[in-house]
Structure formats: structure tokens, C-alpha cells
Design a protein around this ligand. Structure first.
Ligand code: HEM
Length: 412
């Protein structure tokens, strides 16, 4: 981890050694206290990548997130290192656009994500989770990431979009390959990485195009049909906007809830007292979902690019420089949370896991919250004696904040 003697100003935040066991929380703590807006001069693995500013406390993340005119999502990409998530890909999705283009497309997508539409899926989501848990009947142990979270979240977003169930595993593979591509278990060198992402993306487009063509011909009530036919002020989405939106939703739907559910379960299983409180009173679960989102935001960061020279918390930021908002840090800001590294099922906190307001605030909050609630409820009701088995492993990534495996014992 971090050598406490090292000058925080010289720290290269993205060095791999800091991320093999999840986000470097001790390092972020030092940054918040000694240098809350911090400059990382280079990225060892990607020598061509420019340096970047890290924004680590909640107030500053809030300020950057709200000011899209100074901090653009469009001009430079949405993650710290574009080599990991290509800028062309980001810009083609509304997450990588600025107003007015962003607002027009997001409004059309919102038609599919009204709270009423999401709430109407509660039973269906519960049935999906129950079916996944049924498959564990007779087993003494399992991996909560790959045996529960992955199939459940893939089917939930799959059923929303109208993806046939037999294609879930293929979609999950493509999404994990694209978003988690920095993990050496997926690829090795930067050159390999580029080819790898290109191939996965081409396959994704092919599958999307096929589904969209089908829904144009035969609309039903899935989200793909809503998108194909959505209309705001007489405007519809163009073909490529639907394809990229589809990609964005499947990507966000696959990775996000999986990450928060598994890390939340891990925290519970590491603290039997907290676990017992939730087992005794399941009405604590919605509040616990917020605490899990706070402590384990699915995305460690999103990024902006300064559109003009500006200043933030005493630092001069130049036009064109990257500005990275670290939610993994801002959600543990000690000026907002007492004992921030403690998982407390009674805390029910506000947090920045879904972003800190502003134009790009997460579209999927209602779906994510409902899915997480049901996942926790059903898992704990079915397996009250669940316990950690062997050591969990993290996806090695400074963007995806998630476990790769979480081995558990299901019965004593
Ligand atoms: C634990 C669950 C989730 C977390 C922590 C999360 C987090 C985030 C964050 C931090 C952003 C802001 C990006 C930025 O500021 O640049 C975002 C945006 C977005 N999220 Fe989520 N998300 C989650 C679940 C979902 C789900 C289930 C969906 C949909 C299926 C979704 C769809 C989106 C979309 C479309 C955007 C882009 C919004 C825009 O650019 O206007 N998210 N999410």
C-alpha cells in the first residue's frame, strides 16, 4: 500500500500496487487531509496518457459535478485513462455528451425509467432473484459474484431490454471484457487491450442492431421498444443513439448493482453483529442499501475535462486538464460522516455513489435501489447462516470498484 513517509504530492495514484486489493482508502484519506485536489503527473502503465487532477472531498466533487460548463463530459472522455475506455465510445453515449445534445437524448431515455415503470417490475425482479437462488439448492458453498450477482443482474437488465435469457452470459462476458479490461486476467499489454476492446464492441453492436431491427418491426413493452419509439417534442432517437444508449444501459445494469451487492454482503459477513441486526429486522435493508452504496460505490470515479482555466480548492486548473471525481473517497469524507470506514446498517446516509447531482446524475437509481433491496432481502431470508469462506478478490481496476469472487458457505 502507501508508504506513510512518501510525500503525498509525488504520489502516482494509478500505480497498480495501490489497487490490487481494492481502492487505496488510506491513501485517499491522506489526500483528503493533506491535498484534497491532487495532481498525478503520469500513469506508469500508460506512458502516453496525460496527468490528471483528483478531487477527493465531497464538497469539491459536488462543485465539479454540477458545473458542466467548466467541467465537460464531452471534450476529453469520462474516465481517468481513455486507453481503458476509448473516448470515441464514451462520446457516442449520452454519458459522454454535454448539453444540449445530452439533455435531449437523456429526456428520451427517461421515458423508460419513470419510477412507476421501475416499481411495476418489483415482482418480476424478485422472481428472477428467487430463481437464481433456487439453483443453489443442495449446495454448501458458492461464489456470490458469479453464482448469484452476475446471473441475477444480467437477467434483470436483460428482461428490461428484451434480451433473450440464453444470451445473458454472452452479454455479461462482453460487458466485463469492455469495462473491466484493465484487469490482467482479461488482457495483458496496452496493444492487446486495444484489439480486445474493439472486438468486443463490434460484437456488441452487431447484437444491438439485430434487436433494434426486430423491435422496429414488432414492438412490445420492453425498453428497447420504448427507445425505438420514444418521442419528445416530435423528436425521436436516431439509430446510432439507440444502439449506444442500449450499450450504456446494459453496461451500467450489469456491473453496478453486482458490485454494490457483493461488497455489501462481504461487509455484513465480516461483522456478525450488523448481520444479526438486519436478520432480526429486515426493514433495515433499504437504509443498509444506502450505506452499501456509500461505502462501495460501483464506479470508483468518473471524469471531466476543464473547458477553461479555473480554480478549485486553491489549485489552478488549466483548460484541457483532466479532473477526476473519486466517489470512493468523497463517500468517506470525514467532514460528512462519523467513522466513515465503518459499515453501519443504521446510518442510512446521503452519498455520491450515483454522482453528485448535475446533468449526469445516474439514470438507473430507482432500478439499482430496488434490485439491491431485493437481492439482500432474498439472500438473507434464504441463507441466514451464510458465512465467508475463502478470501474474496477484487477486479484490478481504478474504475470498476467490484469483487471478482466472494466465496461463501451457505449453511453451517
Ligand atoms: C449501484 C448501482 C449504480 C451506481 C453506483 C451508478 C453510478 C452512476 C454514476 C456515478 C453516474 C454518473 C456518471 C457521471 O457523472 O459522469 C451514473 C450515470 C448513469 N447511470 Fe448509473 N449507477 C448504477 C446503476 C445504474 C443502472 C442499473 C442503470 C441502468 C440500467 C444506470 C444507468 C446510468 C446511465 C444511463 C447514466 C448516464 C446518465 C447521464 O449521463 O446523464 N446506472 N451512474
Amino acid at each position: 500500500m502507501t508508504d506513510p513517509e512518501t510525500n503525498i504530492e509525488d504520489m502516482l495514484l494509478l500505480e497498480r500496487k495501490h489497487w490490487v486489493n481494492g481502492p487505496p482508502h488510506e491513501l485517499f484519506k491522506r489526500m483528503r487531509s493533506e491535498c484534497p485536489v491532487h495532481w498525478t503527473s503520469k500513469v506508469t502503465e500508460f506512458p502516453a496518457a496525460a496527468g490528471f487532477w483528483s478531487v477527493t472531498n465531497a464538497d469539491d466533487v459536488h462543485a465539479v459535478s454540477r458545473d458542466w460548463e467548466t467541467y465537460s463530459s464531452e471534450v476529453g472522455g469520462v474516465v481517468a485513462i481513455n486507453e481503458v475506455f476509448p473516448i470515441e465510445l464514451a462520446r457516442a453515449m449520452f454519458i459522454g455528451m454535454d448539453p444540449p445534445k445530452h439533455d435531449r437524448i437523456k429526456a428520451l431515455f427517461q421515458a423508460g425509467f419513470t419510477p412507476k415503470r421501475i416499481a411495476a417490475h418489483e415482482d418480476e425482479i424478485r422472481q428472477i432473484v428467487i430463481k437464481v437462488l433456487d439453483r443453489l439448492d443442495g449446495r454448501e458453498s458458492c461464489d456470490l459474484v458469479n453464482d448469484v450477482a452476475q446471473p441475477a443482474v444480467s437477467r434483470v437488465i436483460g428482461s428490461f431490454m428484451g434480451i433473450p435469457e440464453e444470451d445473458d452470459a454472452a452479454w455479461a462476458r462482453l460487458m466485463n471484457a469492455t469495462l473491466g479490461a484493465s484487469d490482467p486476467e482479461f488482457t495483458q499489454s496496452p496493444e492487446e487491450l486495444e484489439g480486445f476492446i474493439e472486438k468486443a464492441v463490434a460484437e456488441i453492436f452487431e447484437r444491438c442492431n439485430k434487436m433494434i431491427a426486430e423491435r422496429r418491426e414488432n414492438p412490445n413493452d420492453d425498453l428497447t421498444s420504448v427507445l425505438v419509439h420514444a418521442e419528445v417534442d416530435g423528436e425521436r432517437l436516431e439509430e446510432h443513439e439507440i444502439v449506444m444508449g442500449f450499450f450504456l444501459l446494459v453496461a451500467a445494469g450489469n456491473d453496478s448493482t453486482k458490485a454494490t451487492y457483493t461488497s455489501g454482503m462481504r461487509a455484513l459477513l465480516e461483522d456478525r453483529e450488523q448481520l444479526q441486526m438486519v436478520l432480526d429486522d429486515p426493514s433495515l435493508i433499504p437504509g443498509m442499501v444506502e450505506e452499501a452504496l456509500r461505502m462501495f460505490p460501483a464506479f470508483a470515479h468518473f471524469r471531466r475535462t476543464a473547458t477553461k482555466d479555473t480554480a478549485l480548492n486553491g489549485k489552478e486548473i488549466k483548460e484541457g486538464e483532466k479532473v477526476v471525481m473519486w466517489y470512493t473517497s468523497s463517500n468517506r469524507d470525514e467532514t460528512r460522516y462519523e467513522d466513515p470506514d465503518r459499515f453501519d446498517v443504521l446510518r442510512n446516509p446521503e452519498h455520491q455513489a450515483f454522482g453528485a447531482g448535475g446533468r449526469h446524475f445516474c439514470l438507473g437509481t430507482a432500478l439499482a435501489r430496488l434490485e439491491l433491496k431485493i437481492l439482500f432481502e432474498e439472500t438473507l431470508a434464504r441463507f441466514p447462516d451464510i458465512a465467508l469462506d475463502s478470501k474474496p478478490r477484487f477486479v484490478e481496476s481504478a474504475f470498476l470498484n467490484q469483487l471478482k469472487t466472494l466465496p461463501v458457505r451457505l449453511a453451517p
